[in-house]
Design a protein around this ligand. Sequence first.
Ligand code: GLA
Length: 382
Amino acid sequence: MHDAKIFKNMHRERFHAEPAIFAGPGRVNLIGEHTDYAEGFVMPAAINFATLAGISPRKDGKIAIYSENQGEERVFEGAQTARSKHWTDYPMGVAAILAGEGHKFPGFSLSIWSDVPLASGLSSSAALEVATALAVLSLVGASYPGPVLARLCQRAENEFVGANCGIMDQFISLNAREDHALLLDCRDLSYKLAPIPDHVALVIANTMVKHSVAGGDYPTRRRESEAACAVIASHRPGVKFLRDCTLEDLAKWGKEMEPKSYLRAKHVISENLRTVAACDALLKGNMRELGRLMAEAHTSYSRDFEGSCVEADAMVALAQDLPGLIGARLTGGGFGGCTINLVEQSEAAAFAEALGARYTEQIGIVPQIHVCHASGGAHRVE
Ligand code: GLA
């Protein structure tokens, strides 16, 4: 984690004002992929990588946004109403949504720094949105319950940035608990926390293949699975989302679907069952069952949802016989990014090294592998 003192100084020097600092963590999803926008179940945890947002009010009404990672500052006359297809859309989108909710904040200077790897399936976007939201709200002394603020941040991404993501990332970044995974019901945003035992490490292996939720594959998969849902709904009018569908529905009406839509739905419907079962296994300390469900989830994500890639499949396969592995799968939006490996803590360092060496040898890319732990949710940094 970046030193908040250095970050504070950076803001002071650039904007000649004292900032309040907020942190929003990235996340890793243990299981439950492409289920959130179908009102299904996900089980993510926040990780010890975060975005910091430093904010100070301005008298001139302008909004200045500086990112240390991008090495760039942009100044706007005030809150914008349309995207500019630039990284500033994420913080500006949050400001726009909050302004739309009636918050009358002054102009501000915002500094951003992050160590969440970008476009790697670890929710760098949500971390930025959430840190910005807390920062902007602090200007007017306002706050929201975590689930409500998660929806507002998701709206910033859906409506302003134009990425059709679900609620998982913003929700976990705001509501995570240290050393816990969180089973979220994306229908009513009720959730259950499940402790991650001390002897288990989260080893995140970055394939170094970039993915983007705004890019073509994510919305295509979403459309394909929604088309399958529409077929089932035409027979069962109560059905609104794949969350409402069963494997029996699929067996009955799957023939009426495009073959791809059928496979996408098969993944989503079965993934919901696996995710709920995975939380049960974690709560019971049944790591073997959790690992088995993760393996099944990866196969489903890769074969039926076709959301993986050669590199991610290799990263998962290469982990299988390494000492200490509990379970491995591709995490996040797909088509690249990172795998999550649950690994016995005592073996984690050796596991990371061996996996990195194997991947480099087979794929010819040096991956970044991080031994992480589940962290708490977004907060003000003193
Ligand atoms: C991205 C989106 C999430 C979710 C995952 C896939 O991270 O932002 O809403 O859909 O992909 O599970």
